[in-house]
Ligand binder design. Sequence first.
Ligand SMILES: C[S@@+](CC[C@H](N)C(=O)[O-])C[C@H]1O[C@@H](n2cnc3c(N)ncnc32)[C@H](O)[C@@H]1O
Length: 335
Amino acid sequence: MSLVRRRLLSTAAAVAAARGPPPVRVALTDSAGRGVFATRPIATGEVLHSAQPLVTHPSRSLFHEVSAPPLAPPPPNQGFIFATNGVNCISDWSPQVCYRCLKRKAGKGDDSRGDCYFCSDACREHAEGFHGIQKKVDWSLLDDHCSSRGLKYPYMVRRLACMVISGDVGADCLDILQPAQLHQGTLIEMEEEFELLKSTFRKAGFQEELTTFLTKQWYINILARIRVNAFRIELVASSYEDLLSSAVASVTCDASVGNAVYMLPSFYNHDCDPNTHIVWLENADAKLKTLRDIDEGEELRICYIDTSMDVNARQKILTEGFGFQCRCQRCLSGD
Ligand SMILES: C[S@@+](CC[C@H](N)C(=O)[O-])C[C@H]1O[C@@H](n2cnc3c(N)ncnc32)[C@H](O)[C@@H]1O
């Protein structure tokens, strides 16, 4: 591990120790598996704890060229490039968010055109392991597969695979999280994605020993956990200038900057009338905040969906999208 990274980690540990442990613990609930409970009374608006992501990935439109056929020959100062689906487009695109922490790029005109953008030396250094592996491989087949089907999670599995190969994390790093229940059709799609990922590494000449963890079962286990536990990240501006630029950016692109998986936040159950929410300020570091006063021993719950819908719509989304039937008080009362 590099000196800078070791220093960063020890600083983060020192800050965490100074603040003390979070006022929450994970324990079994009556109806929703494990959940997060308050270990003392907590006031409205208190930040319970922060969490750094285990793995992130930017939204496709923010890290990848969206191709369009050229209407006219390009001006002399702009080059033609081939987009991954083989359609010519003009290369005036550059990545919009940090490839690691998902912070939005502040202004135009830096030198990250056509490549990954990192917002700081710390992010660049943190990403060195997985990005070093990823750069050695031609991903065009996987890109084509994901773009034609609108898939985002295979990119997170790819990043995790690169993190395992580089030694950043163990192959079992997400095993503790609850997996989604998968239908036969989904399993078949996942097998296809797995074959693509495995053969891409093989074609790039990776030694078999480095990728022995990469089995069909590993792929399915990881993706099943990402499906239930990944958060869609929408940044809240930390200043008035940021607020204006994110509002402008969200007019033309998806408001979400990407997805991330965390450890402790993954144990928060859903409620259609939540007492806690997650806030992302300028990057993928999550802050868990209370929405009302909490008693000691009360379960802390967030909401996974838009709760302004009626009970039938909410149940449909939670059943079909997340694979569980909501048993929160609001749903049980039919509201
Ligand atoms: C992100 S995990 C939350 C932690 C999980 N309970 C555990 O033991 O790891 C989401 C899963 O928790 C359960 N769950 C969360 N909220 C629920 C609710 N309102 N009603 C029923 N089950 C819920 C479902 O099984 C869901 O797939």
